[in-house]
Write a protein that binds this ligand. Sequence first.
Ligand code: CA
Length: 227
Amino acid sequence: MTRVLVVEDDPQLARALVINLQARHYGVDAAPDGATALRLTAVRPPDAVLLDLGLPDMDGVDVIKGLQGWTRAPVLVLSARQSSGEKVSALDAGADDYITKPFSMDELLARLRAAVRRAADLPPVPETTPVETDDFTVDLLAKKVVRGGRDVRLTPTEWNLLEILVTHPGRLVTQKHLLQEVWGLSRSSRTNYLRVYMAQLRRKLEKDPSHPRYLITEPGMGYRFEA
Ligand code: CA
């Protein structure tokens, strides 16, 4: 049974999440604050965490960092705020995905399934030759990126995106394909996710993220990796 930890202080929303998840045969624990979430994670490690960023006792980013001491389960952030700065710090801290409130339960469940699937995925057939650029190296076998002699820490979502792009060098990869592969979304209306995660990747890999040399946007169509 896939176990989900719901961390949400709004009792109505927490209850709706618990009921919907249980109806789909997930095992569910619920925590109304960060301290309870960390305690529950230690005693009963979840397979995925749904985390509200606005909790009464702790900053959401600190909860993400605390969770990492106990579990490698994917963290899906639920954020009521529109602030992209908050999302970026959650992603930097290691969140795997974010969903802006209000969201549809169907979409949340699809994203949760995709996150759990990604976490359980066996590594793809390994490419033995690392992908080299002038600024960084992507080792697909070791799932490692090295830049300037240092490991670059990528979240699973960032890694997924990068892996798809670098294994199709010089080719346009469509938004639709990426949304489907990385988030399990069949409709291509959520291109804002792509923009946020591509910006993250560029910040980590590009010398000048606002003028990318390797991770190229094809406006309205998709993205292309140029070695
Ligand atoms: Ca809240």
